[in-house]
Ligand binder design. Sequence first.
Ligand code: GLC
Length: 529
Amino acid sequence: MVGTDAHACAGTAGRAAWWREAVVYELYVRSFADGNGDGVGDLIGARGRLPHLADLGIDAVWLTPFYRSPMADGGYDVADHRDVDPLFGDLGDLDAFVAEAHALGLRVLVDVVPNHSSVQHPWFVEARAAAPGSAARARYVFRPGRGGSGELPPNNWQSDFGGPAWTRLPDGDWYLHLFDPEQADFDWSHPDVGRHFEEILRFWLDRGVDGFRIDVAHGLVKDPTLPDAPDRPELPAGLYLPSGPQWDQPGVHDVYRAWRRVLEEYPGERMAIGEAWVADRAAMARYVRADELHQVFDFAFLQASWKAADLRGAVTRSLDAVGLVGASATWVLNNHDVARTVTRFGGGPVGLRRARAAALLMLALPGSAYLYQGEELGLADVDLPAEALRDPVWQRSGHTRRGRDGGRVPLPWSRSGSSFGFGSGAPPWLPVPSGWGECSVEAQSGHEDSTLELYRRALDLRRRHLVPAGPEVEFLDAGADAVALRRGDVLCVLNLGREQLPDPDGARLLLRSDRTAGAPDTAAWWRLP
Ligand code: GLC
């Protein structure tokens, strides 16, 4: 193998901040563990399962929204950002979760949803009752319609979930919702909105959380003239990276500069990661400038196909982008919005093999990695019956898109039981497949070949060998169908081709994603002499 190029993410002087190389686990609260037997995961249930996360070897947990919400979009429709929804528990349960996580050495990130609120948020309730053009409506994006009698929406924007992004009230005014009609977009040019969110950040920082995952981070600020959006630009097949006057407007960066100042008032390296679906590398880098967010997910990596050139291209472009501004890279292969890797990479045994191999690539890269619950069990998406679907995407798309429920099925913890250990009362909010117990934590623990043990070993080796190697990475040429990289004395080789790859000279095998190192659709970590 011959070295071809080298990348480095700038580090901080001395010890690097914890989040730069952290492995963060996305805990999708309603599907993780049900502590009170109502069929929905909650904070008490999650707290009871924290030892699993500590054993896994992660550094931090990201909790998806547990705030007061009518649950039109699984809690991403927040009615009160400073309280816990009774479905998930109460503030005391949250405090207990954070305290226990900290006692186990885990940090806690919480979701913040600043682009929109539930239509049941007191501000929207007030706005709806007020007259068109009133001050109460100015905190959201209300506009008169087009057409002779305002019967047409103010512009052609489409909701991400399907259908127009505008809904008309009986008084004739329209309000904007880039997602569900139950999720009204704030108008971030109104000073109340920024103040409100700074109070929200402080509320949770005061309670001891270590940082935030920012929902729809690229959406807050719209082009103030609200022009029609151009037709969707051509993107490589399957790539979802929105652009247009609704997304990634320059003014959004003022918001994150202000938030960074808030975070820096607190001790203990509090941080924020943005969910910004942006196509352009320079655009991505702008979110992680030194005075803005600490991290931003790289969604091109998540969307890369099972081709060496795609994966390698996504990785090197991301490293280049964050390198421009001295930030560290942030990798993700799974989350609650996309099909799981097992399913994306072909499903069945092939999909699982590839998902395990992709995980070893991700965990070998410099920067931090975000796992999604169940990824460590090698779960695939579940093909749910139509009547079980709860994602608003299913309704809003006129039953043309099944939505994201297939990847949100409650986790299996034990081999047996009606919901395989998820809960012990009402049936789970999404049905679990009959074979789910074989994927459970109980079934996989202690089995050398299981996906759970693969993740445990990978996280342990990563902590001992890769993190100390620092941010430098060297890509090596291992042929057109492989991705090979070296960090310190560790070599990671991912084989996407059809031929067996030879063992590297003199190297000692550290870890392989499947029985035979170097086999097609596998990855291995080697210790170089
Ligand atoms: C983000 C969330 C997604 C939600 C949407 C609207 O993309 O990850 O689950 O539906 O925002 O809040």
